[in-house]
Ligand binder design. Sequence first.
Ligand code: ZN
Ligand code: ZN
Length: 96
Amino acid sequence: MTKSEREQYAKLARYGCILCRQKEVRNLEDSPVEMHHIRRHGGLRKNCPVIPLCAYHHRLGNSSIHQLGHKGFAKYWNLSEEDLLEKLNDLLQETS
Ligand SMILES: [Zn+2]
Ligand SMILES: [Zn+2]
């Protein structure tokens, strides 16, 4: 991981899990986040946008992105990875 990536991740982590934030399901301060890479078709991992998700919504829970997959996740939450990325960008703009 490069220095700029680390800095970006640290910045994003401050917003907490972007899905918890939308659903208000948990206390944001209590959920340490992991970075989920949104894989674009044919894109390189290092160029993928990332969204902060708690471990539960990222890969552990039955309703997590890595358990449900791209389509299943969007259907379950009624929010796709791209929707969450958009919400994150809105937040970044509001606070910068
Ligand atoms: Zn979450
Ligand atoms: Zn992931």
